[in-house]
Design a binder for this molecule. Structure first.
Ligand SMILES: Cc1cc2nc3c(=O)[nH]c(=O)nc-3n(C[C@H](O)[C@H](O)[C@H](O)COP(=O)(O)OP(=O)(O)OC[C@H]3O[C@@H](n4cnc5c(N)ncnc54)[C@H](O)[C@@H]3O)c2cc1C
Length: 222
């Protein structure tokens, strides 16, 4: 990022790419013991600078925590390593006639763990929800090296939902290592249409009327 802004590059102390949750936990414990700040990194497409690493930091890359780990098409659930590329994850599901339904414009550049850490929103979120609606459960290595695993249920009435602490935490509370996403049946090919409105306000009224009628087009742009 500094390079693209014409500034000198910043070299972190190290870039670690653990291949398992246990390795990630051990790496975090070592960094903590040495007081080294850590910056998790997925696809590097974040837009708020959370992925920027200083010269005193250790980068924790999720690139080797990648791949589909479990698919339950009966339960419509798929578990991915956090470093799985977004488009690869979606294409794997489409091959099964399913979809995650999460289509950020950066789907090719971002990772499943990055989606969680940035509380991402896909272009079809009106139909499928945002990432917080799609995440079923997750696993994360916390700052002390302990491993947190959320309940393996879509929701529970007892106590606060700790998944929400990690959603949007931008890597400040832990490293997400595994994510289980809920799936949908792949829809029939959709219809895309464009309409012309003489004024912005009239177009807005049409969108309001559409939504108030209960229709949920996956994406509407004015
Ligand atoms: C062209 C373009 C289009 C975009 N379109 C959209 C869009 O439509 N919707 C949208 O929501 N965003 C969009 N973004 C922003 C970005 O792609 C998302 O925020 C994405 O979710 C980031 O994922 P990443 O894997 O690239 O994360 P990174 O950039 O690697 O990291 C982002 C932040 O999350 C942390 N992080 C990454 N992985 C983990 C992990 N496993 N555990 C803990 N913390 C982690 C990092 O430390 C950093 O703070 C766009 C960006 C670009 C460049």
């Amino acid at each position: 990022i500094p390079l693209s802004a014409g500034e000198p590059p910043i070299t972190p102390i190290a870039v670690c790419a653990p291949a398992t949750t246990a390795e990630m936990a051990e790496t975090v414990r070592i960094c903590r013991a040495h007081g080294a700040p850590m910056v998790p990194r997925g696809g590097g497409s974040g837009v708020v600078g959370g992925v920027l690493a200083g010269a005193d930091t250790v980068v924790l890359s999720t690139e080797r925590l990648a791949g589909l780990r479990h698919l339950s098409s009966g339960d419509l659930l798929a578990t991915f390593g956090a470093g799985t590329n977004g488009l690869e994850a979606e294409e794997l599901m489409q091959a099964e006639g399913l979809t995650i339904g999460h289509w950020p414009q950066s789907i090719e550049l971002s990772t499943v763990g990055g989606w969680v850490a940035t509380r991402a929103s896909g272009q079809y979120s009106t139909a499928y929800g945002n990432i917080e609606d799609i995440v079923h459960s997750l696993e994360a290595v916390l700052a002390d090296g302990s491993v947190y695993r959320s309940r393996d249920t879509p929701r529970a009435a007892a106590g606060p939902d700790l998944r929400n602490l990690l959603l949007g935490s931008e890597g400040t509370l832990g490293v997400v290592t595994e994510v289980t996403l809920s799936l949908r049946e792949q829809p029939e090919p959709g219809v895309r249409q464009a309409f012309h409105f003489a004024e912005f306000a009239t177009g807005l009224d049409a969108i309001r009327a559409t939504m108030r009628a209960g229709w949920r087009p996956p994406v509407v742009r004015l």
